[in-house]
Design a protein around this ligand. Structure first.
Ligand SMILES: [Zn+2]
Length: 186
């Protein structure tokens, strides 16, 4: 057991905790605050595993031991998470402020892939960022009538706890994690 830190020091919240899936696959590093939320809401449990560093977090009514590793108790972390509303800000953020047809980053609008006039819904899988030119060029036609192609298939953004942690994907994170666990040869 290594040294414990007391809360009251704000920087304790900058410590990071590794989240494992229910199947013990290391998923991502998240900050201590998010780990606490997962633990106190029962979405995750402590995982006694190798290193036993813990952080002690005190509130007036409770003392929490936050371990370095936690494991999700649910098979599907996104089940507990509601996707953000479909609006300009969230869609532009998901689409990286880029027109999903031509890649332009200027004069962005929201486009319904299947136009609303043809029964298209205002949902994550039917709304994309599109520049004004593409949007008005497409008008209220269906994609196959225009020859335009989507750069990526639109879908709801993934859990924010993990989104920023997956620049290289889950497998890359797992690989790197296990590498770090190995003793260093000199
Ligand atoms: Zn465009």
């Amino acid at each position: 057991m290594q040294s414990q830190q007391q809360s009251g020091q704000p920087h304790i919240f900058q410590n990071q905790v590794v989240v494992f899936s229910k199947n013990y696959l290391p998923l991502a590093r998240i900050n201590l605050k998010r780990a606490i939320v997962l633990l106190v809401t029962g979405q995750a449990e402590s995982l006694g595993f190798g290193s036993t560093q813990q952080w002690e977090v005190r509130s007036p009514s409770v003392v929490l031991q936050i371990p370095e590793h936690i494991r999700l108790t649910s098979g599907n972390p996104e089940r507990h998470w509601k996707a953000p509303p479909v609006n300009r800000r969230e869609v532009f953020r998901r689409d990286n402020h880029t027109c999903q047809y031509c890649g332009s980053t200027k004069h962005l609008t929201l486009d319904h892939v299947i136009p609303r006039s043809k029964g298209g819904t205002h949902t994550w899988d039917n709304v994309v960022a599109a520049c004004q030119r593409c949007n008005s060029g497409k008008s209220d036609r269906l994609l196959h009538e225009t020859g335009m192609v989507l750069r990526t298939k639109p879908k709801a953004p993934i859990h924010p706890a993990f989104a920023s942690q997956f620049p290289k994907g889950v497998n890359a994170f797992a690989e790197q994690f296990w590498k770090e666990q190995q003793p260093v040869d000199t």
